[in-house]
Design a binder for this molecule. Structure first.
Ligand code: NAD
Length: 330
């Protein structure tokens, strides 16, 4: 059993990962400034704090004898990063440096970092493996790549071992509706399509002439519970003395926007109203992982790759939101 501090542990992927850590017998402490996270969804212990506050981070790491960190805390919206890069560099890079320094000073040895397929930029081939050149096209993607560079240098100089996990599209919730995805504002396709089906307000489909079979963008949706399990495997491997690693986390299978819309229609039993609009600059037609390295190194295989299952689990959570809001808990 290890004590794991989880910056960003009150956010979407963080809550699932804290729960997976607790189920695996570890102590999980979420450390979150609640800028986008939800206090009431945090699993286990929660310390309200900011990664940029090195003094607080050092005292939390020391007092709790933290051995390992799984770091989710970041600003996540790529489009917002184009309009407001300062916010992203300040939090995702400045915050990471401040927090890594606290980890170095308090002897943390294992560090899992939320990286992203956004570090690859325009795909030169698909599926994308970890050897694909990294040339991000948004400030957000660049902050994630800089994060990987920081970790590599800190590992070489200070002996912190790390796993940089490059997620494709995290999606889904748990079946009983206790945890799930609710970003405000939401930018992810599955919750947006569900919202459109429920509200009747059309979902905007950006671009229908992409070079894909149905003309809409293809993404690799990985169930958040699978993603959380991969984090536990990665941290346990590092704690057991395994070397640093960089891994894709995806299913290896892509789904187009139209396929997602159809799945939401099937699962909710309601049509998703759509409106087709111009493609956005920088939209990649296809981002799909080659996920074989995670299987070979961590023995990680997705247990919930089915798109309808992912949508159904997302809906199980989203339909609880009106009552959560009415109760003032979200
Ligand atoms: N959701 C995806 O599909 C996806 C894909 C690739 C990478 N990622 C990365 O995974 C991580 C988690 O994403 P998510 O979807 O759970 O996002 P999220 O916004 O739900 O979670 C981020 C959490 O970090 C907290 N946070 C932000 N800045 C902080 C700070 N300075 N100090 C302390 N806490 C802070 C927020 O309050 C929030 O709880 C992010 O780093 C994101 O870039 C997500």
């Amino acid at each position: 059993m290890a004590t794991v501090l989880v910056p960003g542990g009150a956010g979407y992927i963080g809550t699932f990962t804290c729960r997976a850590l607790l189920s695996a017998g570890h102590r999980a402490i979420a450390y979150d400034n609640l800028s986008t996270g939800h206090r009431e969804l945090a699993q286990g212990e929660l310390i309200v704090g900011d990664i940029r506050d090195g003094t607080l981070a050092r005292s939390v790491l020391r007092e709790n004898k933290v051995e390992a960190v799984i770091h989710f805390a970041a600003c996540i919206e790529a489009r917002e990063s184009v309009a407001n890069p300062a916010k992203f560099y300040e939090n995702n890079v400045g915050g990471l440096i401040a927090f890594l320094n606290a980890c170095r000073d308090t002897g943390v040895k294992a560090f899992v970092f939320s990286s992203s397929c956004a570090t690859y930029g325009v795909p030169q081939y698909v599926p994308i493996d970890e050897n694909h050149p990294q040339s991000p096209i948004s400030p957000y993607g660049r902050t994630k790549l800089i994060g990987e560079w920081l970790l590599r240098d800190y590992a070489a100089a200070y002996g912190i071992r790390y796993a940089a996990l490059r997620y494709f599209n995290a999606a889904g919730g748990d079946n009983d509706g206790r945890l799930g995805e609710w970003h405000q504002p939401e930018s992810h396709l599955i919750p947006l399509a569900i919202e459109a089906a429920v509200s009747g307000r059309p979902l905007r489909i950006f671009g229908t002439n992409h070079p894909t079979p149905d003309g809409t963008c293809i993404r690799d949706y990985i169930h958040v519970e699978d993603l959380a399990r991969a984090h536990v495997l990665a941290i346990e491997r590092l704690l057991a003395g395994g070397p640093s690693l960089e891994l894709n986390l995806g299913t290896g299978r892509g789904h187009s926007v139209r396929e997602v819309v159809a799945a939401v229609g099937r699962v909710l039993g309601r049509q998703v109203p759509i409106v087709e609009v111009e493609a956005q600059p920088g939209d990649q037609p296809q981002l799909v992982a080659n996920a074989s390295r995670a299987r070979d190194i961590l023995g990680f295989v997705c247990r919930r790759p089915d798109l309808d299952d992912i949508v159904a689990s997302a809906w199980a959570f989203l339909k609880t939101l009106p009552s959560r809001r009415a109760a003032g808990t979200t």
